[in-house]
Design a protein around this ligand. Structure first.
Ligand code: SF4
Length: 236
């Protein structure tokens, strides 16, 4: 599969998101799933997928630190698209994490906290799949600028599919409005990127859309889409 991906990569760059999704569903059947944290891009993908295949698989890494608004959106998605979202949790509950690693680990060592609550659960989930589908876009962060629509994910050892890698934020919002897709109400309160409550704030006019994630640190990614090892960071 790894070699086939290299051959397919160029051709796939001219495919529409729907064509990329159809290819993934046809190629991997039940061994492919969409990974989403239900941001605007993720909602585009979920809506598109529902029009390509009714019983598509969708999972989320539930850090147990998500906003109430995000949990409400999860309920709405399950009702609207008639699917059961697969929730993946950390091996440690928030209380266990505090007991083992001390209070507010996210403020002292966000990389370790993300590893415990996001990266390890993702690795566990991906070990049961042949491919995963994400909604990353190339212009979101410097780590994502080289993302291909179909690629081999060497970090996790499976195929990674990024159907809207070449989309802009404007295209995302046009799609959501034109198709009446539900989205996280925090987006209307200056939260362009939404993660855990402890590490997300609203952005000010003129700020980078991801400035509200891990504010006060150099961290811009939780590690799910990073190929290079993260650099150690100073305490927040
Ligand atoms: S985003 Fe913050 S609270 Fe969530 S897992 Fe990462 S460091 Fe922990």
């Amino acid at each position: 599969m790894k070699n086939k991906i290299a051959e397919l990569q160029l051709t796939a760059e001219s495919w529409s998101p729907q064509q990329v999704l159809a290819w993934a569903f046809e190629t991997f059947g039940n061994d492919v799933a969409i990974s989403s944290a239900f941001g605007a891009e993720g909602m585009v993908l979920i809506d598109m997928a529902s029009r390509v295949r009714k019983d598509f698989r969708l999972f989320t890494i539930d850090t147990e630190f998500l906003f109430t608004e995000t949990y409400s959106l999860i309920d709405r998605i399950e009702q609207k698209y008639e699917i059961k979202i697969e929730r993946v949790f950390s091996l440690l509950s928030p209380e266990e994490q505090e007991r083992v690693h001390g209070t507010a680990l996210w403020a002292r060592d966000p990389d370790r906290c993300c590893n415990l609550r996001k990266v390890e659960p993702l690795r566990r989930k991906l070990s049961e799949l042949a491919a995963w589908i994400t909604s990353i876009r190339r212009d979101q962060t410097s780590f994502r600028k080289d993302a291909r629509k179909i690629e081999w994910d060497a970090k996790f050892g499976l195929v990674k599919v990024n159907p809207i890698a070449d989309w802009s934020s404007q295209q995302v919002w046009r799609y959501l409005h034109e198709h009446g897709v539900p989205y996280n109400s925090l987006h209307d309160q200056n939260y362009p990127s939404i993660g855990c409550t402890h590490c997300t704030r609203a952005v000010q006019p003129g700020e980078d859309p991801r400035a509200g994630r891990w504010p006060g640190t150099a961290k811009t990614e939780c590690g799910l889409h990073v190929i290079e090892p993260l650099q150690p960071l100073a305490d927040a």
